[in-house]
Every structure is written in structure tokens, then in C-alpha cells.
Ligand binder design. Structure first.
Ligand SMILES: *[C@@H]1O[C@H](CO)[C@@H](O)[C@H](O)[C@H]1NC(C)=O
Ligand SMILES: *[C@@H]1O[C@H](CO)[C@@H](O)[C@H](O)[C@H]1NC(C)=O
Ligand SMILES: *[C@@H]1O[C@H](CO)[C@@H](O)[C@H](O)[C@H]1NC(C)=O
Length: 306
């Protein structure tokens, strides 16, 4: 009868805002042994499933069995999560991978590469070179998002964070994308990085980079330590303006664990940022238009029947 009424109702009911969460978690020696512990695995599932994109660090899983167990746990109800993983990274026999787990109904991987630091001004600056991933966020107004992971070596934290600026230059020359997120266990606090030292770093002094996790945030599980090791840094005004909140996920508190139980999962808390994205108008308009056409057809159909 009143197609515009349908349109209005539909527009009001259809979700316009996507509360998008991106997380970085140092899962401390995440490998087969940890994944074999069902209680720990269940907690990891609860941690990761809160995130639209979750970067896991310290993945020590040469055969990929721990990750596949975690994915099984995540996809128990519904095939939703997929992942992309870097090759093992490290200078000697000690290797770690970066793994990105993401919700595949709205997110896909567009491109990825390992930053080669062997031909740079300062060769081999990274122990674990950033494995850069470009995501496409379907239906969102912000569609293009690049994530640059980094887990620094503690006593080289300043040099490696400094070199992230070179990665920034490389990524932005490589891809035409201005929405960048740097995240991970930067070891950016306590004895590994003084505030004075940090002020000299380009990633910090350049105001186009927004450090979302402040120095007052404790990202360590142990009660005896208070350090802002894990960080999220966003580049780009558009992206920075979409940030709603950022902080740690205190799974000790949220899941009612003791310190000892939490430490079986990791000695770090995940850091996360919540973004307020809007669905692109094409996404909300198309279903509305279809509904109008259907209602007009239905109205026409009743007329011919009479
Ligand atoms: C750097 O390493 C990559 C692969 O690890 C290799 O393809 C490339 O040739 C190396 N470049 C130099 C200058 O050694
Ligand atoms: C930077 O990006 C270019 C491609 O745009 C690539 O060929 C080059 O190897 C990159 N440099 C480093 C240090 O990764
Ligand atoms: C996390 O929660 C536990 C339990 O409530 C609390 O004792 C601890 O101080 C919290 N840690 C941080 C870093 O907020």
C-alpha cells in the first residue's frame, strides 16, 4: 500500500552501525602443548571470538595443528572464522609466526606480504619482520584496512619501533591505502622503552600516528608487573576519527579466573580498539529498494485479481 512506509520501517530496522573490534594478543608460546589443554583452549576461543580481526603473536606451531584446533573451537557453532598466517619468522632456530584470525562474513584478505628488511638502510633490524596484511571490510564505509604486526625483541624495542616508520613508507608506496593499524607486543614500556627514548621515535613524534593504548595501561597479567608493553597505533585521520574506545581485555576479571589460571593462557592481556563503522549506503539501500519493488508488485498483483 505505502511503499515508502516499508522503506522507512526497513531503514530503521536495518543495522547501520558496525561496531568493529580489532585486537592484538601475545598468546605466549602458542603451540600444540597449549592447544592440547582444553581449558586453556576454551579461554582462547572466548578471547578471540570477541574480535572481528585478532592478531595472535608468539605462534609456535610449525605444523599448524594448534591454530587448526583453535579454529575448530571458534567455528563450532558456525563456519565464521578464517585465518591468514605468516611463515615462521626469526633469526635462528627460535621462530614465531603472526596469525590473523578474522570473521569471514564481513572481512576478506585482499593482499599480504612480508617486509624484507635485508635490503634496507639498517639491514636485518627486525627479528620478526612485519607480515603486512590488507583487509577488505565488506559493506562498510571504511573498506580498506592494512594491519602491520610487530612483536619486538625486548632490548631492541626502540630500534624496531623506529623502523616501523620505514615499513609505513613502504606500505603506503606499495598500496594506495591510508588506513593503517600497527599493533602487537612492542615491549613499549618499563625497562625496555623509556618515555624519553620514545619521544625520539618517528612513529611517536609524527602527530599523524595515534597511540591508542596509553602509558597508564597495564597489559601484563602478573599482579607484580605494571607495563604498557602491547600497543595499537593508528595512522590516518579518517581511521582515528572512527575509534570509539581502546584498552585491554582483562580476561582474569571477565572470565573469573585466578592469576594462576590466567597465566596458563598468557602473561599478556589482549589490547583492543573498537571502531564505529557505518554500512555503506549501497548495503542498506539495496534491500530497501528490493522491498519496495516487491510491495509494488504485490499491490499490482492484488489489483489484477480483483
Ligand atoms: C632479501 O630476502 C629475500 C627473501 O628472503 C630475497 O628474495 C631477496 O633477494 C633478498 N635481498 C637481498 C638484497 O639480499
Ligand atoms: C617496499 O615495497 C616494494 C614494492 O612497492 C618492494 O619491492 C620492496 O621490496 C619493499 N621494500 C622492503 C624493504 O620491503
Ligand atoms: C585484571 O583483573 C584482576 C581481577 O579483577 C585484577 O586483580 C587485575 O588488577 C586486573 N589487571 C589489570 C591490568 O587491569
Amino acid at each position: 500500500m505505502f511503499p515508502w512506509l516499508h522503506l522507512l520501517v526497513f531503514h530503521l530496522l536495518w543495522p547501520h552501525v558496525w561496531s568493529f573490534r580489532i585486537c592484538a594478543f601475545n598468546a605466549q608460546h602458542f603451540g600444540e602443548k597449549k592447544a592440547a589443554n582444553q581449558e586453556v583452549l576454551d579461554i582462547l576461543v572466548k578471547i578471540v571470538q570477541r574480535c572481528d580481526i585478532c592478531l595472535l603473536q608468539e605462534v609456535q606451531d610449525p605444523k599448524g595443528q594448534a591454530l587448526s584446533k583453535l579454529l575448530q573451537g571458534l567455528n563450532r557453532q558456525q563456519e565464521l572464522f578464517q585465518f591468514v598466517v605468516s611463515p615462521p619468522l626469526g633469526r635462528n632456530s627460535y621462530m614465531e609466526k603472526y596469525a590473523f584470525i578474522y570473521k569471514s562474513d564481513k572481512i576478506s584478505v585482499r593482499d599480504q606480504y612480508k617486509y624484507h628488511d635485508n635490503d634496507t638502510k639498517k639491514p636485518d633490524v627486525f627479528a620478526r619482520e612485519p607480515y603486512v596484511v590488507r583487509f577488505t571490510l565488506r559493506y562498510a564505509d571504511l573498506q580498506d584496512l592494512v594491519v602491520i604486526p610487530q612483536h619486538t625483541v625486548p632490548d631492541k624495542a626502540d630500534e624496531e619501533i623506529e623502523a616501523l616508520y620505514d615499513v609505513f613508507l613502504n606500505v603506503t608506496s606499495h598500496w594506495r591505502c591510508n588506513n593503517l593499524v600497527f599493533m602487537g607486543d612492542f615491549n613499549a614500556g618499563c625497562s625496555y622503552l623509556s618515555k624519553k627514548k620514545r619521544r625520539t621515535l618517528r612513529l611517536y613524534s609524527d602527530p599523524k600516528f595515534h597511540w591508542l593504548i596509553g602509558d597508564d595501561i597495564d597489559t601484563t597479567v602478573r599482579e607484580s608487573t605494571t607495563c604498557p608493553y602491547d600497543r595499537i597505533v593508528v595512522y590516518g585521520e579518517e581511521l582515528a576519527n572512527l575509534v570509539n574506545s581502546a584498552g585491554i581485555y582483562n580476561f582474569t576479571k571477565e572470565l573469573g579466573l585466578t592469576e594462576a589460571e590466567a597465566l596458563k593462557v598468557s602473561d599478556h592481556y589482549p589490547v583492543e580498539a573498537d571502531l564505529k563503522l557505518k554500512y555503506s549506503s549501497a548495503h542498506t539501500l539495496l534491500p530497501s529498494v528490493i522491498l519496495i519493488v516487491l510491495s509494488v508488485l504485490a499491490a499490482g498483483g492484488t489489483k489484477t485479481l480483483q
